[in-house]
Write a protein of this length. Structure first.
Length: 197
């Protein structure tokens, strides 16, 4: 039985979104195709109508997560307050505690490094994030905004990753706090306007 194109597209998007969240929570090896389909509310059989293999799903789910993350960055490109809110949101306990809905770099970079077939997707995402950070932040020091963007991205991803890895809640919160303070103190960053009143 053939389904209408809109219904097929909706199921495809649902599988991608569910797989992306589960991969970020449990890793690629920790999630089976059956588990993904069950979480999506579909049976195992239709999976191969949408994807050739689990590897194809991994690649497409990373691409989907990348597009959504980059769109979030674009949405934060308004005022200095918007940009600061984006950085604070990234380095927050809420983001730390929701890996399935959070940054794919912090959740999956170490796994992708071992998956040769999908490294190009992650490489493109990292390059795009660096590019967007260069444009998102109107750097006060114009000499090398690319270098500053790479340092900022590395700090953000590293701090989030470490905050999730440690089993000491106080240390975890401290890591996030120190990373936020380091980024805010950067002499290259413009300051958000303080509200008057």
């Amino acid at each position: 039985m053939r389904y209408p194109a809109a219904e097929t597209a909706e199921k495809h998007a649902r599988i991608l979104s569910t797989a992306s969240a589960l991969f970020r929570e449990h890793g690629f090896a920790g999630v089976s195709v059956g588990k993904i389909m069950q979480a999506t509310g579909l049976t195992h059989g239709p999976f191969y109508n949408h994807f050739e293999s689990k590897e194809a799903l991994i690649s497409e789910s990373l691409q989907d997560a990348s597009e959504k993350a980059l769109a979030d960055m674009d949405a934060a490109s308004g005022t200095p307050e918007d940009r600061l809110a984006y950085l604070h949101g990234y380095l927050s306990e809420a983001h730390r505690d929701a890996p399935g809905q959070g940054c794919m770099l912090a959740a999956l970079a170490s796994e992708v490094a071992r998956e040769q077939d999908v490294r190009s997707v992650l490489t493109h995402h990292v390059a795009a994030m660096i590019d967007k950070l260069q444009r998102l932040i109107p750097w006060r020091v114009k000499k090398n905004p690319r270098s500053e963007s790479i340092r900022m991205l590395s700090t953000m991803v590293g701090a989030l990753t470490l905050s999730r890895a440690v089993d000491d809640p106080e240390l975890s919160a401290e890591i996030l706090r120190e990373a936020r303070e380091m980024i805010e103190a950067s002499p290259t960053l413009p300051r958000a306007r303080k509200s008057r009143g």
